[in-house]
Design a protein around this ligand. Sequence first.
Ligand code: EPU
Length: 418
Amino acid sequence: MDKMLIRGGRPLRGTTTVSGSKNAALPILMASLLTSEPVVLHNVPRLRDVRTAISLLEGLGAKARWLDEHSLELHAAQVTGYEASYDLVKTMRASFVVLGPILARTGRARVSTPGGCAIGARPVNLHIGGLRALGARIQLRNGYVEARAEHLTGARLWLDNPSVGATENIMMAAALGQGHTTIENAAREPEVQDLGRLLVAMGARITGTGTHVIAIEGVARLHGAEHRVIPDRIEAGSLMVAAAITGGDVVVENAPVEQLDAVITKLRETGVNVTAQNGGLRVVADGALQPIELRTLPYPGFPTDLQAQMMALLTQAAGTSVITETIFENRFMHAQELLRMGADIVMKGATAVVRGPARLSGAPVMATDLRASMGLILAGLAADQETAVSRVYHLDRGYEALDQKLQALGAAIERVAE
Ligand code: EPU
């Protein structure tokens, strides 16, 4: 297993580019099952999770072919399988979103339930409730969701909480159903909107993505389409924090500026200068960082997927910051590792109080999830001496060529075999 060695203390400078969005790409890949015609996707990030999704689709009978580095053709002429195994779903929870597409296309699906996860319980009750409302007969047996439906029929749904995955699963199933579906309290995340754009390009009749109410008029068949995946707002935010935490000056090209309002606002509150430049964002940090209060929320609120990175940054702010995590109940695992590097953080329930500026010193650390790992890399960039972040496979799930991108900005980061 590889680890990342980082020698901190170098201000990052230069220009970097954001890759395609992981969390947009994954459900979009699954949507290719909804048609027997080819779907061509551009700006697909080369990530471990994308490889996992492709294996899942191939296991169901789809053909996948890379047309170039970031363009992928998926063709599910026939869907020969109907199962997503425990082994797959446990390595990548997003696999669960295949349930709606398989069921809509074949009338039958068997998908492992994901179980708990390093960041929280993450149940799938809203996915199941939604598909049941569309008329699917669903049983939970041997750790699997077994679903059947000769045809899915439209329904009016209200989600207890605006779950991204549940909104996507239900949208895909209803798109190929009969009649009218409305999802109220739907997720508004840009990734849901991107999936909506692909589905509409495939002939689906969907309106309201990006709002709390999504309306879907089912159609009998969907056709092939070509689609460009949106840039990754979480990667963009992570690179912006990298500039900020090192006192750097970095242009993040291809950053989806309009999706980053909350992130830009919070970074500016810390005293970092963020300006639009060349279709992206320039981040300049040349003064002392100020402490802030931060609360994670569904979009357009501050994303939970950038909370660990901001915690690393706030260890360097002069004063007391307060972070409240409202999306996942156990997403402060990185704090324990930051403490080992010299941070001053007190946690109580969903709140973390971060006092700074702390002098961080390099240490061997590891994280239990993708974003926590990124938080530790960022802390390493600001720490004295060497930080070794192990379990790099977490980073490989969601950050494309991270070490190369940071190296090009002047970071001393190196990937070594453990
Ligand atoms: N929830 C339920 N019941 C459900 C579904 C969700 O109670 O049936 C709860 C969850 O437990 C959580 C909240 O609803 O407390 C929000 O979860 P959501 O379903 O929105 O999250 P998700 O779809 O499982 C996606 C991203 C996550 C990101 C969250 C929140 C993908 C593949 N994953 O997960 O990304 O944190 O939305 O924005 O899109 C990551 O990339 O590192 C990552 C974890």
